[in-house]
Design a protein around this ligand. Structure first.
Ligand code: SF4
Length: 237
């Protein structure tokens, strides 16, 4: 089996519920989607990065793994594009007793379930319709897969949290429907966080919209947080 890696680097986690932790990021090449705010566009081509055997990739990860690393993130691109390789690499990390973390748009439940046994922390990212991730014709199917991934992660008792990126284009009525649907399949006690992440550098939402979206989540989950990408404030990758 081969894997295409775009880059490996250590930085400070700047997103989600574990921001501030020293993290090794393993960025896999490849993502066929089209979010307008994507900040890793150079890793989107399926032939970007460098191809390695799994053995070569595990050695590369080991040589980049610093002491006192809190967790290893599998990111992209979208890591589920190369789900079989991610499962092998995550298995290798788990043997070192370091938590593994999946950052994905969760677009395919079968690929997700293949990787899940080797992942400890799952960031379930729900895409809003205005993200341009897919066209409106395919949006409902995407959300159906993401919901199933959320259910699977919670049932498997993984540390699970939800992230939704919002922009000035985000429609509160559509956001509300998404939040209501999420809490039809899980309860507040099933998740470890709910993060609303404003876009950065393009189409940032104004404060009144952020507060409006916060207020929509609050009745379902009082610990909802608006968290921008903190690593960008310190110039970290
Ligand atoms: S899913 Fe992630 S990597 Fe793919 S286009 Fe959207 S933001 Fe970029």
């Amino acid at each position: 089996m081969k894997v295409r890696l775009f880059e490996i680097f250590t930085s400070v986690e700047g997103e989600g519920i574990l921001y501030g932790t020293k993290t090794l990021f393993v960025r896999l090449a490849g993502c066929p989607f089209t979010c307008f705010y994507c900040d890793t566009k150079e890793s989107l081509p399926l032939d970007s990065g460098t191809e390695y055997s799994i053995d070569e990739a595990t050695k590369l990860i080991d040589s980049n793994l610093q002491n006192q690393t809190y967790k290893v993130n599998f990111t992209g691109g979208d890591p589920l594009i190369q789900h079989q390789a991610v499962a092998e690499l995550a298995k290798h990390i788990q043997m070192k007793k370091i938590p593994t973390y999946l950052e994905s748009s969760c677009f395919d439940i079968d690929r997700f379930n293949h990787v899940l046994p080797f992942i400890d922390i799952v960031k379930i990212e729900f895409k809003t319709k205005d993200s341009d991730f897919v066209d409106s014709e395919h949006y409902d199917k995407l959300i159906s897969h993401t919901m199933k991934c959320l259910e699977s992660s919670v049932t498997s008792k993984k540390t699970t949290f939800i992230k939704i990126v919002v922009s000035s284009k985000t429609q509160p009525t559509e956001f509300k429907k998404l939040v209501e649907d999420i809490f039809k399949i899980i309860s507040k006690d099933n998740i470890h966080g709910f993060v609303i992440q404003p876009t950065y550098g393009i189409s940032e939402p104004p404060l009144d919209l952020l507060l409006n979206l916060y207020d929509i989540v609050f009745p379902f989950y009082v610990d909802v947080k608006v968290v921008p990408q903190l690593h960008k404030f310190i110039g970290a990758p």
